[in-house]
Write a protein of this length. Structure first.
Length: 360
């Protein structure tokens, strides 16, 4: 006999969408606006990342019969984290799942897309922010979190993955899953206290008794922010490297009097790019070390693994190494070109003096 379905006494569904809209954002300008709540709630893990929270009001998902409270957290490194929170009260777990399915982050249904458009327009109107010039749709990351404060009954935490069929929820797959797949999906399912539970997935996560360790949603937000910025710099480097090779080829043309200056300008441009990436990744890493909670730190590390941040980080590092090597070579070559040009000028001046002396 299957166990009675669990009833969620209180909880919430949180839709997260992170967008990269600028290289940097002046938070002083945002704080000066009346709608901002400077700082907002920041867990210890992300306390090292300056941010401003904005309340964007209530948003309804047309055709779904769901509405929620929209919030935005604006980070100074150019990422905006949007969140739409829908409260759940006295609802059976199966009904919660039925409510979640129209919000699926895997497919981004039309009601969700329209809701994000509404929230984004409110954000831009409230803050005066704007997307980067000359770019199409900004890079974005989606995540869905179900938080349960309490069930009507008090279940054994160890039985929740089975009772709630968490593997199927994490996968967003309506069909039966194999035993190996279920086990794989639960590899980031863990507890800190005897009566709480966290199950992390690539696009969905479940948190039982979030009040036990506040800040889990913000920690997942920080992990996605790191992924988003790495994706941006990876795409930027992919576009920059071919241009760099072309500029290097042009700068090495023989008898090009402007080659030294062109090489120096290119080297400075590449160095600026390296410095930007290094500074941001350093700040994101440092924010993790500020954690006072091993539970939050563990969740952050698990989220980075799920999002495959490290392979992307290594790819960015390899491209940055190419840029750094090219930067060093360009400066050396620019210096050598200047020295060669000076020699040519000196020889020309000496030759001119000799010629003038002979003509006299």
């Amino acid at each position: 006999m299957s166990p009675d379905p669990l009833e969620v006494r209180s909880g919430r569904v949180i839709l997260q969408r992170l967008i990269d809209i600028a290289d940097a954002i002046d938070l002083r300008h945002i704080r000066a606006r009346p709608a901002s709540a400077a700082g907002g709630h920041a867990p210890r893990l992300t306390a090292g990342l300056p941010a401003v929270a904005i309340d964007l009001g209530t948003v309804a998902l047309a055709g779904v019969g769901i509405e929620g409270r929209a919030m935005a957290r604006i980070y100074d490194f150019g990422v905006v984290a949007l969140a739409l929170t829908c409260e759940v009260v006295h609802l059976e777990w199966d009904a919660v799942l039925a409510q979640v399915e129209p919000l699926a982050p895997e497919t981004l249904p039309d009601p969700v897309v329209r809701a994000w458009d509404t929230i984004t327009h409110r954000l831009l109107a409230t803050t005066g922010l704007a997307f980067r010039d000359g770019e199409g749709l900004p890079l974005a990351e989606q995540h869905l979190i179900v938080e349960v404060d309490a069930f009507a009954a008090s279940p054994e935490v160890s039985s929740l993955p089975t009772q709630l069929d968490l593997p199927r929820f994490l996968a967003g797959d309506p069909f039966p899953l194999s035993a190996r797949t279920r086990q794989h999906l639960l590899r980031h399912c863990f507890s800190h206290h005897a009566d709480d539970l966290v199950a992390l997935g690539r696009l969905r996560s479940f948190v039982y008794r979030p009040g036990s360790t506040p800040g889990m949603a913000e920690v997942l937000e920080a992990a996605h922010a790191r992924l988003l910025e790495l994706r941006y710099y990876d795409a930027l480097l992919d576009a920059e490297l071919p241009r760099m090779y072309a500029l290097v080829a042009r700068s090495r043309r023989r008898f090009d009097l402007l080659a030294p200056r062109r090489m120096a300008n290119l080297a400075r441009r590449l160095y600026t790019l390296v410095a930007e990436v290094s500074e941001l990744t350093g700040r994101l890493d440092a924010s993790m070390q500020l954690a006072g909670s091993t539970h939050l730190a563990r969740a952050y590390t698990a989220a980075l693994e799920l999002l495959q941040v490290e392979p992307l980080n290594q790819a960015v590092d390899r491209k940055l190494a190419i840029v750094r090597d090219t930067y060093a070579a360009l400066y050396d070559e620019a210096a050598a070109s200047r020295a060669g040009l000076l020699e040519v000028i000196i020889i020309a001046l000496i030759s001119l003096e000799i010629l003038l002396a002979l003509l006299r």
